[in-house]
Design a protein around this ligand. Sequence first.
Ligand code: FAD
Length: 432
Amino acid sequence: MTNNRVIVAGGGIGGLAAALTLHQVGVPCIVFEAVRELRPLGVGINLQPNAVRELYDLGFTERDLDRVGVPAKEWALVGLNGNDVYSEPRGLLAGYGWPQYAVHRGQLHMLLHRKLVERAGPQAVRLGSRVTGYRKNSDGTVSALVEHADGSTSETSGALLIAADGIHSAVRAQMHPTQPPIDWGGAIMWRGTTWAKPIRTGSSFVGLGTHLQRMVFYPISHPDPRTGLAMINWIAEVTMDNAEGWKQSGWFRQVPIDDFVHHFDNWVWDWLDVPALIRQADGAFENPMIDRDPVPTWVDGQVALLGDAAHAMYPTGSNGGSQAIMDARVLGATMVEHGVTPEALAAYDAKLCGPISQVVLRNRGAGPFGLLNMVDERCGGVFDNIDDVIPAKERSEFMAGYKAAAGFAIDALNKARPTISDGARALSNLMA
Ligand SMILES: Cc1cc2nc3c(=O)[nH]c(=O)nc-3n(C[C@H](O)[C@H](O)[C@H](O)COP(=O)(O)OP(=O)(O)OC[C@H]3O[C@@H](n4cnc5c(N)ncnc54)[C@H](O)[C@@H]3O)c2cc1C
């Protein structure tokens, strides 16, 4: 039976969150994932309170999330002199009704997959199946064109196609054939994890340095009770000349630590030894800071983009993964209201495409790290007391502006009704 079935292209965080949501509201779906085997790839990402709320509403528990991450307590920016530029509490400590979690991306991915298979069965996810494009059929259905790992091809039809196939989305390329290439602003991130003692609150996100060179680190596990060591996710970042564009193949590839650690040779304080933190990692991944220019719509009739396929963004706001989960939930809500129909996709597009495209552009402008740009502009990064450089009120207003735009405003989130109310089902197509 395919008349109500939704096809999801891509089984990353966005695609699996979409499939779990569709299952919750009673919509049959099938996920086509390009890789032959799912492995716990990636390092740290943050789940903002809005996304954690949605995971709870999907039946995930605090215990589930504690197995893949740790509640975040603080977000802090520190200058190269070791002095605080800004710090604020996060999650429950900030007054949100839900925690913020700093998690291991790969372990979260495996958790989402495990839950989907438990609930919808192993047939829900087809591995080794790359969606190469789509065809809108005259009977109102849509066909996904699929290339399998053995080289064979097939077509699968359904009522709707949701493309969660990431930043290099094939579906987006077909939907927007004139889209410009990937945008690289010149920053390269090297990412890794190291077992080390957490500092400050024990679960602090620390952004250290300037807007041209910085180190971001935060724990993504609870500390081992015996050693006190936690898995610390770190991102070492340098901005360089981007005149020639991004030349390397691959956007998340393993590289030797010696290739980049020299950029941070002098970053040693009595409270932190950056070169040692980097060198003690098992390995490191090179990852250019890339995004895509926003497009005017994420929808083409029966086809919608979701997650990075819709809005690949710089990770400066720690919200790419959270927004992919939010997209999935808003999509589910519009199906509750409009059924499994193009109208549901149009409502999803109307709600998210404009505002989230603005977040993409804000993140390109440094997102909340914009405070470091202000410090550099005003005092060249040298200061004794940050109040003399950026008054506390201005710092708070800057952060509040970012949070409101990204959907993290505390009161608005706490007062908002659930995106999908308990027990809601997608409106039957016969009634839609
Ligand atoms: C391997 C990997 C590691 C990552 N590690 C980090 C990290 O450490 N930190 C961080 O901040 N972000 C990381 N990201 C990005 C982060 O997961 C996303 O920005 C965010 O979670 C949004 O998720 P998404 O599901 O939209 O996209 P993605 O997470 O990119 O998932 C897209 C999925 O679609 C699959 N796919 C791609 N093309 C096709 C196709 N044509 N047909 C079918 N399937 C397809 C991919 O294999 C992937 O599983 C990583 C992404 C990947 C794929």
